[in-house]
Structure formats: C-alpha cells, structure tokens
Design a protein around this ligand. Structure first.
Ligand code: DLL
Length: 429
C-alpha cells in the first residue's frame, strides 16, 4: 500500500518534479533569505544557474553553524505572520535551531509522516500510541498530525509517564507505538515490573527514531516486545520526523524524494561519494516555503541505494543511521563509533542492552571506560565474562578499553523523556 502515486512513479517523472521544485526553492531562498543571497553572491552564482538537481553541487553547503549565526529566525523566507508553527531542534549545546512552518509546509510534513505510517503498515483502523515528546521537539506533533491525516486513532500521551503508557497499551489495545528505541526497551522493563509481558498484548509495530539504533538493538526490541521495529528518520532543520522511513521489508529507509533531495558526501572533502558508499547525508528541501534549506550537512552517516524496493516504491533508500560524523570518538590515535560498542555489548546474552562510555583524561592520557549492565539475576562468573567482552571489544575496536565495568541490572540510568545519552566526555576540552 502506498499513500501517494509519486512513491512508485518512474524515476524520470520524479526527476521532473524535483527539478521544478528545486528551481522554485532556490528562487525563494535567494529572494527572501539574506544568508542565501550572500552565499550565492560570494560564489558568483545566480538562481538561474540552478536549472536541475544536477546543478546542486555548484552550491555551497548549509551548516548547523549557519542556523546558529542567524538565530532565531534569520533563515526564514517568510514574514512571521505567515508562520503558523514553530519548533526547535533538541540540540544539547548552544542555542537551539528554531524552525517555522507555513500552513502549506505543515501540509507537506503531515503528508510525509502519513506516507511513513502507511509504509510501516499502519492503517485507518489502527490505534497509535504516540510516546514522542510534544512541544518544541518535532517528534510528538509530527507523528500526531500524520496519524490524524490517515484517520487512525492517535493517543497523544507524549514522553514519560511510563506506567500509564503500559496501562494504555493494555486498556486501549494500541496496535502501534511510536517512541525512541531506548524508550521502547525501558517500557518493556517497566511492564515487566508491573507483571505485564508486552508480547502478550496486541501491540504489533514500533516506529522508532530520533536516536541511532544498531541492528542488534533492533532485534532486542523486536524480541523483547514481540513487535516489528520500523525505523523513521528526520531532523528539525529539514522538517522533523518523516524525511524517510522503512517499509515492512525493513530494507533501508525510503526518502520522500519529491520533498527532500538527498546527497551523500565525503565528510572530509565535501565531494560526492560513489553510489553505495558511506558518507554524510546532505539534504535539500524541495517543497518548503518558510524555511527553504539548500544542501544541509546533517552530520548523519549513511549510504544511498537507488534499486526499486520489493514494496514497489521507486524512491531512493538510505541505510539506517548508526552514527553521526561528530560521534566519532578519538582516543590515543584510534577512533571508534559508540555503535560499535553497542553491537559488541548486544552479542552477549549475559548483559542487558544498556551501556555507557565515559572518556576521562589522566595526566596527558585519555582513558576510555565502558560500563555495561548484567542481566537481571546473573549468577555466572563476572571475571570470565569480563575477559570475553574485553577480547571482543579489542577485536572490533582495535584497542582495549582502560576499564570495563560490569554493573548490576538497573544501575545505568534510563532515559524516560528525550534522547538517550551514552557517551560522557569528562575531558573538558
Ligand atoms: O529527532 C526528529 C525525529 C523525531 C525523528 C521522531 C524521528 C522520530 P532532531 O531533534 O532535530 O529531530 O534531531 C535530528 O536525530 O540528525 C539524527 O542525528 C538523529 N536521528 C533522527 N532520527 C534518527 C534515526 C528528530 N531514525 C537528529 N536513526 C538527526 C538515527 C536519528 N538517528
């Protein structure tokens, strides 16, 4: 099932739509946003130089810093009286990135999310419990409006309130839950404590996003909750959730390319990578009026696959994002991603899917401390387990952590609201 015919349209037809919309987006950005006018002028470019998506590579990138420098609304292309909604990124450092939507922009976003829900197998008869935070974060209202558009039932519970969440899953027989992957696992733990096994409930799908989730973590969620886990991606600067989503084939996330144009670049050089190679995702909006964004460097690492999916959709698929270019941890000449630690931790049945990475400085040396939780009721030899985990970590990461702590089940704080934090850098740079 697809919601809009463009999802399965021949790529030449899609291309026509993209080219038309890009020209309009560039015109809007140049005429109405001082930042874009200046960057075009500096690069010696005129809007007419961009006739098709092939010309995009002529344009400079837009970065997070550009949003910060123009805080709060300097990137807006319309007057505030045309803006009917404001959201903001959930960045933990510096000023948030403020984003705005006209009524047409909200329609585009709503349609993008409704397409995601259909791709995930959600229908008008379903009850969707929305546990993304409502408010400035785009997750709550973003999913909410998509569910209503589809005519399914939305339960707008938002983040936290976990016992109540479990009660509602039982009492309202929710078919679908939308939340972060870390929260899905926390919910299962709270349900256990309440004597409820989520696998026995009607819940069949979790639409998770806003945080990276490795394949082993997805398997853990699927097994623990007895559901299909569908990955949804998006970011405030581009629209919020709904830029891309997996279909039921779970074989990459379909990007709604008539609304968002994706490129993948080498983060070091800014050059495009070959198709199928990993790099940083760069997105251009094609149908937004209040906040047109050209070549935005998302920081998220992925690859693109242009093969038609077995679901029939012709739009490009991106790989699940398991890291950001700025997540890379550099310690004593080696580097690794937190997702690599996650994959190792989840290989061991004796440990729970909760971990944290602490980076400290002692004298002039950096130390890496990894803490993982034992499963509930663990009664084996923790020295032997520690050796085995350490060996795997050294093989995968090519270095041995300075300290590996195995701690009792429940020792690592859970995240009830917002995004989980797994890396704590105490080095104070
Ligand atoms: O997290 C929007 C969202 C809400 C997406 C609900 C999915 C579900 P921001 O707070 O602006 O927006 O954060 C965007 O979160 O650049 C990624 O680094 C990360 N992210 C979002 N979705 C995924 C995902 C929302 N499915 C930033 N997998 C992005 C991995 C994700 N990372």
């Amino acid at each position: 099932m697809v919601l809009d015919s463009i999802e399965t349209a021949p790529r030449e037809d899609l291309r026509q739509v993209q080219d038309d919309r890009l020209r309009e987006t560039v015109r809007n950005a140049y005429e109405n946003v001082a930042f874009y006018r200046e960057t075009f002028d500096e690069a010696g470019l005129a809007p007419a130089d961009v006739e098709s998506v092939d010309d995009l590579s002529k344009l400079p990138f837009t970065t997070k810093e550009d949003f910060r420098d123009t805080y709060p609304t300097g990137m807006f292309a319309v007057d505030m009286d045309e803006v009917i909604r404001i959201h903001a990124s959930s960045g933990t450092t510096g000023k948030p990135k403020i984003v705005g939507y006209t009524r047409d922009d909200l329609d585009v976003w709503t349609d993008a999310v409704a397409r995601c829900l259909v791709a995930a197998g959600v229908g008008p008869d379903d009850v969707v419990q929305n546990a993304y935070g409502y408010g400035l974060f785009t997750g709550g209202l973003g999913l909410h409006q998509g569910v209503e558009e589809l005519g399914a039932t939305v339960i707008p519970i938002g983040g936290g309130n976990t016992q109540r969440q479990v009660e509602l899953l039982v009492d309202l027989e929710s078919d679908v839950l939308t939340c972060t992957p870390s929260y899905a696992l926390y919910l299962a733990e709270v349900a256990d404590d309440m004597g409820i096994d989520i696998r026995d409930l009607p819940l069949r799908t979790i639409i998770f996003g806003a945080e990276p989730c490795t394949e082993p973590m997805r398997n853990e969620i699927e097994e623990r909750l007895g559901v299909t886990g569908i990955d949804i991606y998006g970011l405030s600067e581009i629209v919020g959730p709904g830029v891309s989503v997996e279909c039921e084939a779970q074989a990459g996330l379909h990007v709604w390319e008539d609304y968002f144009y994706p490129e993948v670049i080498d983060p070091a050089t800014g050059d495009p990578v070959e198709e199928g190679e990993e790099g940083e995702l760069v997105l251009t909006t094609l149908a937004k009026d209040a906040l047109p964004v050209l070549r935005y460097r998302t920081g998220d690492l992925t690859t693109l696959n242009y093969d038609t999916c077995k679901c029939g959709r012709t739009c490009v698929r991106m790989d699940n994002i398991t890291g950001r270019s700025d997540d890379l941890i550099l310690v004593r000449g080696v580097n690794f991603y937190p997702s690599e630690v996650e994959s190792v931790v989840l290989e061991f049945d004796e440990v729970a899917p909760h971990y944290r990475i602490d980076l400290r400085r002692e004298g002039s040396l950096d130390r890496v401390e990894i803490t993982v939780e034992l499963v509930e009721g663990f009664d084996g030899s923790s020295a032997d387990l520690e050796d085995r985990i350490e060996t795997r970590l050294s093989n995968v990461l090519s270095f041995t952590p300075d300290e590996l702590n195995l701690v009792a089940y429940g020792s690592i704080a859970r995240t009830e609201v917002g995004k989980v934090q797994r890396v704590y850098d105490h080095r104070g740079r």
